[in-house]
Design a protein around this ligand. Sequence first.
Ligand SMILES: [Cu+2]
Length: 148
Amino acid sequence: MKPFTALALAATLAAAAAPALAGDTPAPEGAGVYFAGLEDGATVAAPFTVVFGLKGMGVAPAGTDKAATGHHHLLIDRPALGQGEDGAAELDAPLPADAHHRHFGGGQTQVSLDLEPGQHTLQLVLGDMNHVPHDPPVVSEVITITVE
Ligand SMILES: [Cu+2]
């Protein structure tokens, strides 16, 4: 009996941990986000403008239930999405909102960043109406920049 009990418990926990709609929003094939005009390895002077590039999808404010849309998130100084503390579970959960996870729920497509001098990593992640990454996730590469 023990293996069955353990399996049932694991299944129950997995179901409980996954919000109903998490990670269910499909992204069209070929969709992508990218840093427009900001190269990996670039040196910039603060404040600097980061422009969010998006192809194959549209931008819509958070809470908007419309296919093939989402809003931008900027991940600052943290591991690539899916490689953070919660691992792959990050891909199915709403993005946190803190200094390392900036939301642009108004549909903004750029931001002026005033980061401390030194090296920083940046990654763009598109989120659905509920701030959950799409399936498959629409993420940029992680770039490293140096702020003078
Ligand atoms: Cu969001």
